[in-house]
Design a protein around this ligand. Sequence first.
Ligand code: DGP
Length: 114
Amino acid sequence: MNDTVFGKILRGEVSADLVYEDEHAIAFRDISPKAPVHVLVIPRKAIVSLSHAMAEDAELLGHLLRVCAKVADAEGLSEGGYRVVTNIGEEGGQSVFHLHFHVLGGRALQWPPG
Ligand code: DGP
């Protein structure tokens, strides 16, 4: 079983500052924010990373991106712009092995990332 701290948040065993939830996804504030707005959007389904998503997850992946945009809008980021990132594997900087999209904004973001 792919149990992670995000699994614990989904089960209510670890508390989180939830900003959105529906049947397939939840969104909550990152514990270590890298921007004034830093929200994580995760599926309820335990998928390890984008690399582990299957063809049958295509609709869910689209939904998660729509949730990212919805959260960004609710956080007031749509006009100024924002970034959506998913880290994959060790070299991609992934530390929690439950698929998640970072929604970052509220300041001018640099490119390329480090
Ligand atoms: P990544 O490095 O891409 O796997 O991002 C994992 C993010 O998860 C990282 O920015 C910190 C955040 N995080 C880790 N543990 C917790 C937690 O218990 N609660 C919350 N809200 N965020 C967490």
